[in-house]
Design a protein around this ligand. Structure first.
Ligand code: SAM
Length: 343
C-alpha cells in the first residue's frame, strides 16, 4: 500500500495533481483531507516533481491513532542502512510529540541493526500525525517530504523580470502537472507573460514552448528562464493562430483578465478553438479570475463551463483558489479527449 501525503495550501489542487501524475493508481480519499491511499502501483519517483504532494509513503500503513505502542507494533521493521526517521504533523496536534515518535521508531530500527545518517540519509522513514481525522500514516518516503523545500527560492518576485500578473510558482507547477500528467510531450503556454508556467514545466524536464504577442514579455521570459537555469523555446506569436507542436500534450494558460471584456472572452475562445482544431488529445488548465466566495480548498466548485465545451473541450473540474482577501482565481481543468478521472 502507498499513502500520499498532501501539502496544506490547497488539498483539492494537490489531489488533482496527484491523480494526474499517478494515473496508473486509483487514489482513494481518507477521512483526512491531506491523506490519500492506494493499493495499486505507480511510478512513485514522480513525487519529487509535485508541488502539492509532500511525499508518498511506501511499504507502510495508516490507522487510527491510539497509542505509541500500537504504532510501534504496526510497523514492519527490517534492517536498513543510512536511514533517518522523520515525524511531522498535519492540522493540529495528536497527544504525542513528534520528537518522541522519532526516537521510539528509530529505536525499533536500531534494535535490528539499522545504521543512521541524519544529515543525508539514503532511506527516510516518515510518520504523519494527522489530527484532522485522528490518523497516523507511516512508510518509506518517496519525494521531498514536508516543509517549503525550495519553493520560496523560486518566488516570482525574485526573478529579473517581474510583473504583478506573475503566477505563484507552486500553483503554476501544479497546473502543469494536472494538464500534462506523466506524458513527455510539449507543454505550451500560449500567453506566457513573464514565463512562470514555462519555468515550472522546464524544471520538470518537459519540452516547453512559450508564446506571447508582446515582445517585452518574450524578452523578459527569456531572461527569467536563463535566471532559473532551464531551457524552453519562447516565440512572439498570436495564441489564436499559432501552429502548435505535433507532440503537444498540454496547454496551460493564464490569459489576460480583469476587465472581463468581450475582447478577453473572444481571445480565450479563439485560442481554445485554435488548439482543439489541431489536437484531439490535449490536456488543458486555464487560470481565470473568480469571486472570493468561490474559494474552496477541499472540493471542486460549480462553475459555468459552456465556453470550453463550445470550443471543443470537456471540462473535468473547476477549483477555486484564494489569492488575497478580495481576489480569487479558478483553475479550469479540461481536455480535448473524453477521458475523465475522479476520486
Ligand atoms: C495574464 S498574462 C500571463 C501571465 C503569466 N502566466 C505569468 O506568470 O507571467 C497574459 C499574457 O497574454 C499575452 N497576450 C495577450 N493576447 C495575446 C495573444 N493574442 N497571443 C499571445 N499572447 C497574448 C499578454 O501579452 C500577456 O503577457
Amino acid at each position: 500500500m502507498a499513502v500520499i501525503a498532501l501539502r496544506g495550501w490547497h488539498p483539492a489542487v494537490a489531489r488533482a495533481e496527484a491523480i494526474a501524475m499517478f494515473p496508473e493508481a486509483r487514489l482513494v480519499r481518507t477521512p483526512a483531507r491531506r491523506l490519500l491511499t492506494t493499493d495499486d502501483e505507480s511510478v512513485w519517483t514522480r513525487a519529487q516533481y509535485l508541488s502539492g504532494t509532500e511525499c508518498v509513503l511506501l511499504g507502510g500503513g495508516i490507522m487510527e491513532w491510539t497509542s505509541i505502542e500500537d504504532l510501534l507494533s504496526a510497523i514492519d521493521v527490517e534492517m536498513h542502512e543510512s536511514m533517518a526517521v522523520e515525524c511531522w504533523r498535519h492540522e493540529g496536534k495528536l497527544p504525542i510529540g513528534t520528537k518522541e515518535v522519532e526516537k521510539k521508531v528509530g529505536g525499533l530500527f536500531h534494535d535490528v541493526s539499522s545504521t543512521f545518517n541524519l544529515d543525508s540519509p539514503v532511506n527516510r522513514f516518515g510518520i504523519v500525525l494527522d489530527a484532522s481525522a485522528g490518523l497516523v500514516a507511516w512508510g518509506w518516503i518517496e519525494g521531498q517530504g514536508p516543509g517549503k523545500q525550495g519553493w520560496s527560492a523560486m518566488r516570482a518576485n525574485n526573478r529579473p523580470f517581474f510583473k504583478p500578473v506573475s503566477l505563484e510558482p507552486r500553483l503554476a507547477r501544479a497546473a502543469v502537472n494536472i494538464a500534462a500528467g506523466p506524458s513527455n510531450g510539449y507543454v505550451v503556454d500560449p500567453m506566457c507573460g513573464t514565463g512562470g508556467i514555462l519555468i515550472e514545466s522546464a524544471l520538470c524536464n518537459r519540452p516547453t514552448l512559450g508564446i506571447d504577442s508582446d515582445p517585452e514579455m518574450v524578452e523578459g521570459t527569456k531572461s527569467n528562464l536563463e535566471w532559473a537555469g532551464v531551457k524552453a523555446e519562447v516565440v512572439r506569436g498570436d495564441a489564436t493562430r499559432h501552429t502548435y507542436p505535433d507532440d503537444l500534450c498540454a496547454v496551460v494558460v493564464d490569459p489576460p483578465y480583469g476587465r472581463n471584456s468581450q475582447g478577453e472572452v473572444e481571445l480565450l475562445a479563439n485560442t481554445l478553438r485554435n488548439i482543439s482544431s489541431q489536437h484531439s488529445d490535449c490536456g488543458l488548465v486555464v487560470i481565470l479570475p473568480t469571486l472570493p466566495s468561490d474559494v474552496n480548498l477541499d472540493e471542486e466548485i460549480d462553475s459555468e463551463t459552456s465556453l470550453f465545451e463550445e470550443c471543443g473541450f470537456t471540462v473535468q473540474k473547476v477549483l477555486g483558489i484564494p489569492i488575497h482577501k478580495s481576489l480569487a482565481r479558478k483553475m479550469v481543468i479540461a481536455s480535448t479527449s473524453l477521458q475523465v478521472r475522479e476520486v
